[in-house]
Design a protein around this ligand. Structure first.
Ligand code: SAM
Length: 246
């Protein structure tokens, strides 16, 4: 039966397309793309003439059924998004679940990803990190989410749209405080690639003084504070405590 390939595409620099990604996009019988016009350009560049079909958040039920049908006919399918890895803040995760549930083989191809590319040049700890993708667009929800992760001690990775960066940095400043280290990775792999490394306060000042353009990953230092937690024995009386530890 058919195989579902998860294929990464460049996040800016076309040289980051891998040999394997190109070969597989040529070999499969159908490429399911987040935006067929974008993928068409990529295909033209690499001489790929495999048929394209659209698969995105708004058609994923119908389009997903079509892809499963394709696999059932023994035909291989590739999933690609506009940039980077499919399924990472991009469509794909659901079709992976559906394909696995239906017993098909899913083959992930490694490649370009904005979050990890930003992390490794950030200077922040790489041993342990948490990827949060996009914070909520709604200010109140965004602050609530930042409050929820206040005590998280791993390096924090976020995606953000340029037109929301300043507002989001204001919330980061207010909720996480001015002193954490932050790296803004701008336009990774592109001509104007740039890293702004400093404190949250400095990043906010920078964002307030500039017209924000380009694509960004925010890498933020995790918490060094311990969450005040009530241990079970602290809720017990002395007598109960003795019983508890016996
Ligand atoms: N699937 C992609 C991946 O694997 O990285 C992420 C897609 S998500 C819809 C797009 C977001 O990723 C952008 O808003 C930005 O935060 C980040 N991003 C993508 N390309 C980037 C680049 N070249 N430089 C910095 N950030 C980038």
């Amino acid at each position: 039966s058919g195989i579902l390939y998860l294929i990464p595409t460049p996040i800016g620099n076309l040289e980051d397309m891998t040999f394997r990604a190109i070969r597989l996009m040529k070999e499969v019988s159908l490429i399911a793309a987040e935006d067929t016009r974008n993928t068409k350009k990529l295909c033209n560049h690499f001489g790929i003439d495999t048929p394209l079909t659209s698969y995105h958040d708004h058609n994923k039920e119908i389009a997903g059924a079509k892809l499963i049908d394709h696999l059932q006919q023994g035909l291989d399918v590739a999933i690609v998004s506009d940039a980077g890895l499919p399924c990472i803040s991009d469509p794909g995760a659901e079709i992976v679940r559906e394909a696995v549930a239906a017993g098909f083989t899913v083959v992930p191809i490694p490649g370009a990803n904005a979050a990890l590319t930003a992390l490794i040049a950030s200077t922040l700890p790489t041993e342990s990190f948490t990827f949060y993708g996009f914070l909520p667009r709604n200010k109140k929800e965004r602050r609530k989410e930042l409050e929820r992760i206040y005590f998280h001690d791993a390096t924090l990775l976020f995606y953000e749209a340029p037109h929301r960066l300043k507002e989001t940095l204001k919330d980061v400043l207010d909720v996480l405080g001015p002193n954490r280290k932050i790296t803004l990775a701008r336009e990774l792999t592109k001509k104007f690639e740039e890293f702004l490394r400093g404190t949250v306060e400095e990043a906010f000042d920078w964002a307030s003084s500039e017209e924000i353009r380009g694509e960004f990953v925010m890498v933020i230092e995790g918490s060094h504070e311990m969450e005040a937690r009530v241990e079970p024995w602290e809720m017990l009386s002395v007598k109960e405590h003795i019983e508890y530890i016996m």
